[in-house]
Design a protein. Structure first.
Length: 57
């Protein structure tokens, strides 16, 4: 997720806004402190313009 976010030049806040999530939640996912639900993974994938599978690779 972090790689895809950085490839787009987005901050954590920008991704959070696009996915309708809190920036601290995005940070927690990237630091592997939070375990996102399937629906959150899908929201982030849609925001990044990729599939859930690509996001989880």
């Amino acid at each position: 997720m972090k790689r895809l976010r950085k490839e787009r030049g987005w901050s954590q806040e920008a991704l959070a806004d696009e996915a309708g999530l809190d920036r601290t939640y995005i940070s927690g996912i990237e630091r592997v402190v939070k375990n996102p639900t399937v629906s959150v993974v899908e929201r982030v994938a849609v925001a990044l313009g990729c599939t859930s599978g690509e996001l989880l690779d």
